[in-house]
Write a protein that binds this ligand. Structure first.
Ligand SMILES: [Zn+2]
Length: 261
């Protein structure tokens, strides 16, 4: 007999008073599967609120990045006729100024991404720290290495000649860390989604990882194939991945909130 209010994991019907070895009277889902103490419903609410806040930060990062990149694409597209003379005026301002202005939110979007990722991977209170939590640790390790590489690259930038190698090295490793960070974050969110359970969203996470990989490979490969067209396709791939990321974060935050009410 189930002594407390317990929603069915499939249809949310209240299973209180039913036998734990039966099936849900509404959707015939095995009741046993609704009783796992690993379920998000029974997790610490403060921790869950933090995860949800972290996901919101990452949603904001996705929106910021996509908006800034879209602005740059529109600027480039509107100038393709007479290819981007830095002194050409757009809206009364030199093109170079506008590009620079759009670059700041583009690069700056990594800040809410890291803050969000850090908050969303804070350890769950009282949870057994088993090997299955490796994605959260991997995410934090990737952020640490990323920050070190950015610092190295900035340091290299201060000494233009001697530091050029340091800049290239730092930027390259930082990009790889960012990629690893995103993969680990998605994996750790999938662990959480599994405890709702939210199978459809878990599949969307898998699909997004494919987009991320495609965009990541595209950034390196496509510009080599043809300067303008290749670069444009690579940028559109990245833009698409960013839009899908924001949309995924919004859905995950909603699913987490829905799972506990
Ligand atoms: Zn049910």
């Amino acid at each position: 007999m189930i002594g407390e209010d317990t929603p069915c994991i499939s249809c949310r019907y209240n299973l209180r008073g039913l036998s734990s070895d039966g099936h849900c009277p509404e959707c015939h889902h095995p009741i046993q599967e609704s009783l796992g103490d690993d379920r998000l419903l029974y997790s610490d609410r403060t921790w869950l609120a933090r995860v949800s806040r972290g996901v919101s930060w990452m949603y904001a990062a996705g929106i910021l990045f996509a908006t800034a990149l879209a602005a740059i694409v529109v600027l480039v597209a509107s100038n393709t006729a007479n290819l981007l003379h830095p002194r050409q005026l757009i809206l009364g301002l030199p093109a170079s100024t506008i590009y620079l202005a759009a670059t700041f939110p583009l690069i700056g979007s990594v800040i809410p991404l890291i803050i969000g990722g850090y908050i969303a991977t804070l350890p769950e209170f009282g949870a057994k720290q088993t090997a299955r939590y490796w994605p959260t640790r991997a995410a934090r390790l990737a952020v640490t290495v990323f920050l070190i590489c950015v610092a190295l690259a900035l340091l290299g930038g201060l000494a233009p000649r001697a530091g050029a190698l340091l800049v290239v090295f730092g930027v390259f490793i930082a990009a790889a860390c960012l990629f690893a960070f995103l993969v680990a974050i998605i994996q750790s969110l999938q662990e959480i989604l599994q405890r709702i359970p939210e199978k459809q969203l878990m599949r969307r996470c898998d699909t997004w990882l494919i987009w991320l990989t495609t965009a990541g490979v595209g950034v390196f490969v496509l510009p080599c194939m043809g300067y303008i067209v290749g670069a444009l396709i690579a940028v559109i791939l990245v833009l698409w991945a960013a839009i899908r990321f924001a949309s995924l974060m919004r859905s995950i935050r909603r699913a987490i909130i829905r799972s506990i009410v």
